[in-house]
Design a protein around this ligand. Structure first.
Ligand code: XMP
Length: 171
């Protein structure tokens, strides 16, 4: 399927660099652990951590949401075999995109319940007009229109993650 470029590789690199500098400034002297939500944030994680010039840890979290058969509510199930030890750490949760906000807000609770000193959030993208759960990300790369996007970690059926830019999938 064709992909129409929405955010260029150069624009992403520039923004990720600025986010890294802001994170470095805010977390200097703190026990930072960046917890990236699989799989969409992997490319962002790799680029971002190389812009953060202070010691920090990296961890991964795998979560899947299931919609109940008879209800519209979704339940988020976290794969505990990936669960990082976040006790007494300042955690920065990293995700590719904030859509409804359900995933990230559930994960903030999850990490806080496991003894983190603090939990903040960072996303590359934020979709306009889609949020159903109030959550203001502490670091956000770009605000985008309500369209399905792929590239830079984001997928459609596990394809397109490798693209160095973010684009809108045209069917
Ligand atoms: P919520 O609604 O919980 O969802 O904020 C966040 C997760 O939904 C996926 N998502 C997308 N994935 N293109 C994608 O490839 C999109 O346009 C898109 N919108 C939402 C994504 O996994 C994200 O972590």
């Amino acid at each position: 399927m064709p992909v129409e470029t929405l955010i260029t590789e150069a624009a992403i690199q520039e923004r990720v660099c600025a986010l890294g500098q802001a994170i470095e400034r805010d977390y200097t002297g703190k026990p930072l652990t960046i917890v990236a939500v699989l799989t969409g944030s992997l490319i962002l994680l790799a680029d971002l951590v190389r812009q953060i010039g202070i010691p920090h840890r990296i961890a991964l979290l795998q979560a899947s949401s299931y919609r109940g058969a008879t209800t519209t509510s979704t339940t988020l199930v976290v794969n505990e075999s990936f669960a990082p030890d976040v006790s007494d750490r300042d955690v920065l949760l990293l995700d590719d995109i904030l859509d409804t906000g359900q995933t990230l807000s559930a994960l903030v609770r999850h990490v806080a319940d496991r003894g983190a000193r603090s939990v903040r959030t960072a996303v590359l993208l934020r979709k306009i007009g889609r949020q159903t759960v109030p959550l203001e990300p502490d670091y956000s790369g770009f605000t985008i229109p309500d369209a399905f996007v792929v590239g830079y970690g984001l997928d459609y059926n596990d394809d397109y993650r490798h693209l160095p830019y973010v684009g809108i999938l045209k069917d």
